[in-house]
Write a protein that binds this ligand. Structure first.
Ligand SMILES: Nc1ncnc2c1ncn2[C@@H]1O[C@H](COP(=O)(O)OP(=O)(O)OP(=O)(O)O)[C@@H](O)[C@H]1O
Length: 323
């Protein structure tokens, strides 16, 4: 358990008679990104708050260790090891970005000189040097989020909790944030990331856990999760009804869509399977007018596991990949 950055067994939390977390196990190795994925109200923030000592777990919970420290016995040591940026930013809008950073440096008892050095370095790193002397209230959403993370890094935490770090950000700011996360991890930092964005988990996380009804509905790498749901197929489209009929005769396992002259063949989309399919079409002297490969994505997994909970639209996500 001690070689994990975060280890929790049987995490439980209820508010009144509402059970939010009903026995959640978490194991996050050092230097990895772990993503807790779930729809609104699934309990992601509650999990972050418990792991970062802001909220107590129910007494029936099992042990929790963060950064090698027992959370119940030594919350101070846990606090010293972690950084948290929540959905509600710690940024004070009335003072400048630089002043926000220096305030954090003070809180971490850095000397004036060291505080200035760290502040300058982080503002530069997060592309905020130019705006450093402007009130934070004038910053864009992306800049505020970057300042928030920069402030978290003043104390050089080895474990960082990012609670929905890109919610509400435009695509460019979201990509910048992803880059920041990747750099943190390449520096050996462990990142515990909550998100509603499937693509974000897919892009960043070494392991993903889907939280549903207070428990982990599934956990694994993005690839492992995608394998849980069936649905991979190749779709062939025809314009000539005669060619369509011959193809349907040659590919008996295909499901037919007579109206749009399309055939759907179950397939993992591997090179070998595609080659064999094309060979069969060639052998029958059939040419399709269009061929697309559909592989299940995290959307499919999410919908399958959480019973069709609504997920924000992902503009970058494509289910159909033309080959
Ligand atoms: N202090 C509280 N008192 C009562 N209920 C609470 C409290 N904090 C959270 N809850 C409830 O617990 C549930 C989980 O909330 P939580 O904020 O952890 O979800 P979430 O997965 O982070 O959702 P979101 O994506 O909307 O932020 C919600 O139903 C919420 O109303």
């Amino acid at each position: 358990m001690t070689d994990l950055a975060i280890a929790a067994t049987g995490l439980r939390k209820s508010y009144g008679d509402k059970t939010v977390l009903d026995g959640v196990d978490l194991a996050v190795p050092h230097g990895t990104v772990f993503s807790l994925l779930g729809p609104n109200g699934a309990g992601k923030t509650t999990a972050v708050k418990i792991l970062s000592t802001l909220v107590s777990p129910d007494p029936a919970s099992g042990g929790i260790r963060v950064g090698g420290h027992d959370l119940a016995a030594d919350p101070q040591a846990v606090r010293a090891a972690i950084g948290v940026t929540g959905q509600f930013s710690a940024v004070d809008g009335l003072i400048t970005g630089e002043e926000n950073m220096l305030l954090m440096a003070d809180l971490h008892h850095l000397s004036r000189r060291e505080g200035r050095r760290v502040t300058a370095e982080l503002l530069e790193r997060f592309d905020l040097a130019e705006a450093a002397k402007k009130p934070a209230s004038t910053y864009s959403g992306g800049m505020k989020r970057r300042l928030d993370i920069a402030m978290t890094l003043v104390g050089d935490p080895r474990i960082i909790f990012l609670d929905e770090p890109t919610t509400g950000l435009d695509p460019r700011s979201r990509h910048t944030m992803w880059q920041i996360v990747r750099e943190l991890v390449s520096d050996g930092v462990t990142v515990f990331l909550t998100t509603q964005y499937l693509e974000e988990a897919d892009q960043l996380a070494d392991r993903i856990a889907v939280l549903h009804d207070g428990t982990i509905a599934a956990e694994g790498t993005a690839e492992e999760l995608k394998r849980i749901v069936p649905g991979g197929h190749v779709r062939l489209r025809f314009t000539d009804p005669a060619a369509y009929r011959s193809a349907a005769d040659a590919l008996r396992e295909a499901s037919r869509d007579d109206e749009s002259l399309a055939l759907q063949i179950p397939s993992e989309g591997s090179q070998r399977e595609l080659r064999s399919l094309l060979d069969r079409l060639d052998a029958a002297g059939i040419t399709a007018d269009g061929l697309t490969v559909h592989t299940p994505d995290l959307d499919d997994v999410f919908f399958a596991l959480t019973g069709g909970a609504k997920v924000p639209h992902q503009p970058h996500q494509r289910k159909e990949t033309a080959r």
